[in-house]
Design a protein around this ligand. Structure first.
Ligand code: G3P
Length: 218
């Protein structure tokens, strides 16, 4: 499974990229807005910088919700760098846009998917990636990971080659289950990445080893 970072924060992305654990990046308008506010940089500038830091796929989302507007934005975004993937919302118009962008050889990531059927429709339209938002399903007292289990089974049954990005990740259990269900990618916020790395027994173990070694000097 590939590990993407779900962030537009250039410092966070650099930090994890330096640790060699980031295969790609996903952004959305909320995350971009935070980075614009934090740095004063323009959206295109932020996306360009991300695409230089990480060589893998970088998802950048369109803001328009009508056909031609989405196509124009997608073309513009795709010109920022060759690793840009254009994020398109899961709507009827969005699916038409995905079909057209496929014909133009522009990679797409269908976002805001909440059901296995929506994921199938994204795959049929020719999406490169689909992003089911599992944390937001948990937020309304359902089990988001069940959606991933179902999508992976359906995609295997019918041989869809659209890659599944587990999105709206909230905790390390989401990652463990993504691995168990065979998801292609999980896109992980910075705070969850750090939770994945850390374990209190690792910290205690390091401390104990150091203490034991220091004792040998007496
Ligand atoms: O990748 C999707 C993600 O950015 C949405 O996450 O936490 O706003 O539900 P969240």
């Amino acid at each position: 499974m590939k590990f993407f970072i779900d962030s537009a924060n250039l410092d966070e992305i650099k930090d994890l990229a330096n640790q060699g654990i980031v295969d790609g990046v996903t952004t959305n308008p909320t995350l971009i807005a935070k980075e614009i506010k934090r740095t004063g940089k323009k959206m295109e500038e932020i996306i360009k910088e991300i695409s230089i830091i990480v060589k893998g796929p970088i998802s950048a989302e369109v803001l328009s919700n009508e056909y031609q507007g989405m196509i124009d934005e997608a073309v513009k975004l795709s010109k920022i760098s060759k690793n840009i993937v254009v994020k398109i919302p899961m709507t009827q118009t969005g699916l038409m846009v995905v079909r057209s962008l496929k014909e133009m050889s522009i990679d797409t990531n269908v976002t805001l998917a909440f059901t296995p059927i929506q994921a199938v429709l994204a795959a049929k339209a020719g999406a490169t990636y689909v992003s089911p938002f599992i944390g937001r399903i948990d937020d309304i007292s359902n089990d988001g990971m069940k959606i991933i289990e179902s999508i992976m089974k359906i995609f295997k049954n019918y041989g869809y080659d659209t890659k599944v990005i587990v999105a709206s990740v909230r905790n390390p259990v989401h990652i463990l289950k993504s691995l168990e269900y065979g998801a292609d990618i999980a896109t992980i916020p910075y705070n969850v990445f750090t939770q994945l790395i850390k374990h209190p027994l690792t910290d205690l173990g390091i401390k104990k080893f150091m203490e034991d070694y220091e004792k040998s000097k007496n």
